[in-house]
Design a protein around this ligand. Structure first.
Ligand SMILES: Cc1ncc(COP(=O)(O)O)c(C=O)c1O
Length: 506
């Protein structure tokens, strides 16, 4: 039978085995939907070899076939002394790592292990800050007269050198070099196999939902960006999808899984109530039940959180926010590490046509160069403001996952490298909320987030206005709820402004 398989390996990939050497490879078999069917070990040894006593085995000298397939890690023992091999023990500590469309033969496995390691090397070669600025292909791509800033290929179409010949670029809905450069950068930051750049965050989420068909059931976080809820409730439902909404930080989602459940869709932290979901735990449940896990990573960006590494299948972004970072362009991204999903998404973007325009792609490339430094500074500001804000007049509660008593604090420490720059807070009355919005000057009253400028938003009448009031209240969004997107200004200037505004209200 032909399986898609995922392959892990022990530390040393000893392909060219000599007499006396034994090597073990962890093989994760997955079904057509890339879900785990079985984890096995392939043990490979040179003909008539045995535990060699060179550190890889017991040295007992027993004999062994060239390839023996075993079904349990416990079976991965020397045929004579029955001890588990040293490398197998190491392999046990490793996790499933990637998915390959191959026959489960040892030749394919070895080939794909090599491919996997080249991918790992690719993702691990650079750190986060460097990945914002350089791609792996810098050298190959540097034939633009040495231009340091990637050129904008502002063209709709491309001339063909002859009939049946192509430069690789035919029409900009399909391929555009500037967009592709951006996609490479986002792909390496999120550590996926492919990234797609689209005209907005909503275009990205809409495209992902083209993966489903009428009758499919999706379990979604209830406290999502209002536009995502509007898409699901007004458009997706019309397409015959069924939704169950719940709070992934505290509700039992496992019992909501049904035969037709095809995906789990979350934001973490959520917009705007800052609830935190455990991505790895949800990913595990999703895998066991053959369900895709889709994570909107807008609030933290790949600088602080990498959902694919935690087991998610698809990441979406409003690139308009932290990735772009300057409130000057709309964009959206989809990143996946699932080869099958990737192929379908590429087909879909070509057909539906919401790929990001060349100039906006360039703005994104420029914005992302400073993602790391912006995120760090904005987070530092946010932590200070969150701690300070809870002691201020009129403020009755502050929701920021970097506060030690936030219910999601421990999960955040485990699954992220930073707490982000979004703060939601309650004030005592609706009048206070409205007056704050009227009085801020340095801080702008505007609907968006993630830019260098600090913005304040009123979810009830802005981002979440289309959500039925009952749903809003259930999620905790009241007419006294305000949301701050902290920028990179001097924190004392932000505090001074907020203090002045709060003290001016009776
Ligand atoms: C978490 C989140 N996801 C998606 C979106 C939609 O992105 P865009 O406005 O770029 O379409 C937003 C917009 O605010 C958002 O906050």
């Amino acid at each position: 039978m032909s399986y898609k398989i995922a392959v892990g390996s022990s530390d040393e990939i000893n392909v060219d085995l000599k007499f006396g050497e034994v090597s073990e490879f962890l093989i994760y078999e997955v079904d057509d939907n890339f879900r785990l069917v079985e984890r096995r070990v392939l043990q490979v040894g040179a003909k008539d070899s045995a535990c060699s006593g060179n550190g890889n085995g017991c040295g007992c000298g027993g004999s062994k076939d060239i390839v023996s397939k075993v079904t349990q890690i416990e079976d991965c023992r020397c045929v004579v002394c029955k001890k588990i091999g040293f490398q197998a023990q190491k392999a046990l500590e490793k996790k499933a790592i990637s998915v390959f469309d191959v026959e489960c033969s040892i030749e394919n496995a070895l080939e794909k292990i090599t491919l996997y390691y080249s991918r790992v090397d690719k993702h691990e070669r650079f750190g986060n800050y460097t990945k914002c600025i350089h791609t792996e292909n810098d050298d190959e791509d540097s034939n633009h007269f040495g231009a340091i800033s990637y050129p904008i290929y502002q063209t709709a179409t491309y001339a063909h050198p002859g009939v049946g010949l192509s430069t690789g670029y035919d029409y900009s809905r399909l391929q555009n070099p500037t967009r592709e450069q951006l996609e490479k950068i986002v792909c390496q930051l999120e550590e996926g196999v492919d990234a797609l750049a689209l005209s907005s965050g909503m275009a990205a989420i809409t495209l992902v939902f083209e993966l489903f068909k009428p009758g499919d059931h999706i379990i979604a976080e209830s406290d999502l960006y209002g536009g995502s809820r509007r898409l699901f409730d007004k458009v997706s439902v019309k397409n015959g999808y069924e939704f169950t909404y719940l709070n992934f930080s505290k509700d039992d989602y496992v019992s909501e899984i049904k035969g037709n459940t095809k995906a789990i869709y979350i934001e973490t932290p959520t917009n705007p109530m800052m609830n935190v979901a455990d991505i790895a735990a949800i990913a595990q449940v999703a895998k066991e039940n053959d369900i895709l896990l889709i994570v909107d990573n807008t609030f933290l960006s790949p600088h602080f959180q990498k959902p694919l590494k935690l087991g998610a299948d698809i990441v979406v972004h409003s690139g308009t926010k932290f990735l772009g970072g300057h409130n000057d362009a709309l964009a959206g991204f989809i990143v996946t590490n699932n080869d099958k999903v990737q192929k379908t998404l590429r087909e879909l973007i070509k057909t539906t046509g919401a790929g990001l325009a060349p100039f906006d792609s360039w703005l994104m490339i420029r914005g992302i160069k400073t993602l790391g430094v912006r995120m760090e500074k904005a987070e530092k500001n946010a932590l200070e403001i969150a701690r300070w804000l809870r002691k201020q007049k009129h403020v009755t509660d502050v929701f920021y996952p970097g506060l030690e008593d936030h219910p999601g604090y421990e999960i955040m420490k485990r699954q992220t490298t930073g707490f982000g720059a979004m703060i939601t807070f309650y004030v005592d009355t609706k009048e206070t909320a409205l007056q704050i919005l009227e009085k801020v000057k340095l801080i702008k009253f505007a609907e968006s987030l993630g830019g260098v400028e600090t913005l304040i938003t009123y979810p009830t009448s802005q981002t979440h206005a289309d959500l039925p009031e009952e749903e809003r209240l259930k999620n905790g969004i009241t007419d006294t709820t305000l949301r701050l997107s902290i920028g990179i200004e001097d924190v004392d200037d932000l505090k001074r402004e907020l203090k002045k505004v709060l003290e001016s209200i009776n």
